[in-house]
Design a protein around this ligand. Structure first.
Ligand code: FRU
Length: 515
């Protein structure tokens, strides 16, 4: 369904939504233990305490603090009038909930956007001694939309003079009006453009992105656009990001453009594509022909990167869900989670430049150490590992050949991961737990990999999510599953005709981050 219609109809749907839980869901969540230990609740991923969350917003590092703002609706567990929720962290692992940062106002709901420290006070909204933290976001005016207008999305600005605790809306909003009446005109990502010595915003306009520039963050001038005829266009473009990365092992740098689209992802529903190219300060160009995806699973959407970090630290967080079923997932008190924060890189693999993503270093602080061992599996044999805490674990190994993994519990639920030496990976979640809450909860998730050679596999399992990193993030798959009981056994199977070798195999418990 066209996303704009979702925005329109969802408001009508909100009132009835709380009654829409299936009876099986009600049963399961009734068994909830206590806060942050409810069934399905990730233990080491960020989730809101209660109610609905979608995109990460305003990712900015300031004064030793990582800010995570996010699309939030505090009155229901489905999408509604958007606010910016807020959390902070000193290590990107442990999070502290903060009061809601931005509330809807007479100009509309507060849609996705970004934040920056205006360290030279170019906006004049702070002082040289106390520079402002600036948020640039989209206003979505529901009245304009209802009236059938096309100019109901435009960009606004808010600022904070106390490091993100309290926020003022800029008095002359909007800062980028929608003068050309573009229906989907949103999700500004602001960054400092060294080449022009100016602020730059990349935002989306229906089927393409646009670049704008400003000297003071308040007055903006259009520069260029990109993408009408390039890449995947299964749905409108959303949540762009543009940044420079060094190609691993060389002095070369390239620019990467992230674009989320919904629908149109390889496994259905929403997904995030990327383009590798060049940016001359004004325009982005690429000779990339095919669509590339930052994550080949189903559940990593609208992800963007942090402002305020050094060039070698390009850190990304995505929304761990999919618009195809996000509003129906079987939780009762809260909905959705963020991916693990990931460090992005560019790597030349088999002549191709690929965007790598890999959990940030600090995650290792909650991964307990464990022994590893290597073993052989004869044709059609398997080895089973029983472990109570498999549902919050990291599984890691090296492999030559094809292998199958089954995460299982006593309730007969299983999540199957098949890795083939031809380079394909399949996640089968058809028996992984609750699956019938939405007909769009795609049972089988497939990815074909380049490079074909899969050497190292790392799996982060957290209650209702699995994140798979191949060869230190050369390829990634993220998926949600809703097993009613914790997984407690992992079977490693060889379904091929020849013996395989599984090396350096370990299962480590990952500690919960909530006290
Ligand atoms: C992406 C998105 C954005 C929009 C926000 C609204 O998931 O559709 O384009 O700003 O969500 O909540």
């Amino acid at each position: 369904m066209n996303k704009s219609y979702i925005f329109l109809f969802v408001g009508l749907f909100i009132l009835g939504s709380c009654k829409q839980q299936s009876s099986s869901t009600a049963d399961v969540t009734a068994e909830a233990l206590s806060d942050y230990q409810e069934v399905f609740r990730p233990q080491y991923h960020f989730t809101p305490e209660t109610k609905w969350m979608n995109d990460p917003n305003g990712l900015v590092y300031e004064n030793g603090v990582y800010h995570l703002f996010y699309q939030y609706y505090p009155d229901a567990i489905v999408w509604g009038p958007m606010h910016w929720g807020h959390a902070t962290s000193k290590d990107l692992v442990h999070w502290e909930h903060q009061p809601i940062a931005l509330f809807p106002d007479e100009l509309g709901y507060i849609f996705s956007g970004s934040a920056i420290v205006d360290s030279k006070n170019t906006s004049g909204l702070g002082t040289a001694e106390n520079p402002p933290l600036i948020a640039i976001y989209t206003y979505h005016d529901p009245k304009g939309e209802k009236q059938g207008r096309n100019d109901f999305q435009y960009q606004g600005l808010a600022y904070s003079l106390d490091h993100g605790v309290s926020w003022e809306k800029y008095e002359n909003n909007p800062i980028i009006p929608n003068t050309n009446s573009i229906r989907d005109f949103r999700d500004p990502k602001v960054f400092w453009n060294e080449q022009l010595s100016a602020w730059t915003v990349v935002l989306v306009a229906g089927d393409h992105m646009q670049l704008w520039k400003s000297s003071n963050l308040l007055d903006w001038e259009y520069m260029s656009d990109f993408g009408k005829d390039v890449g995947a266009h299964g749905g409108v473009w959303e949540c762009p990001d543009l940044f420079e990365l060094k190609v691993e092992g060389s002095d070369q740098t390239k620019w990467v453009l992230l674009i989320s689209i919904n629908p149109g992802a390889p496994n259905g529903g929403s997904g995030t594509q990327y383009f590798v190219g060049d940016f001359d300060g004004t325009s982005f160009t690429t000779d990339q022909k095919e669509s590339k995806w930052i994550d080949l699973g189903t559940d990593n959407y609208a992800g963007v990167t942090y402002n305020g970090l050094s060039d070698d630290k390009r850190l990304f967080i995505g929304w761990m869900s999919n618009w195809s079923y996000a509003q129906e997932t079987p939780t009762k008190k809260w909905r959705s989670a963020m991916t693990l924060p990931r460090q992005l890189g560019l790597k030349r693999v088999e002549e191709e430049l690929i965007l790598t993503s890999y959990p940030v270093e600090s995650i290792s602080s909650i991964v307990t150490s464990s022994d590893s061992n290597s073993f052989e599996l004869e044709s059609n044999s398997s080895k089973e590992f029983k472990q109570e805490e498999l549902s919050t674990s990291k599984v890691q190994f090296h492999i030559k050949g094809s292998v199958e993994l089954k995460l299982k519990n006593d309730g007969g639920e299983e999540l199957i991961l098949s890795i083939s030496d031809s380079g394909s990976i399949v996640i089968d979640r058809s028996k992984s737990g609750l699956v019938d809450f939405s007909e769009n909860f795609f049972a089988e998730i497939k990815a074909d990999f380049i490079p074909k050679e899969i050497n190292e596999v790392e799996l982060y399992v957290d209650a209702s999510s699995v994140e798979i990193f191949i060869n230190k993030g050369e390829r990634v798959m993220t998926a949600r599953m809703f097993n009613k009981a914790n997984y407690s056994s992992l079977e490693v199977l060889n379904t091929t005709d020849s013996t395989i070798e599984v090396m350096d195999f370990s299962i480590s418990t990952v500690k919960r981050i909530w006290d």
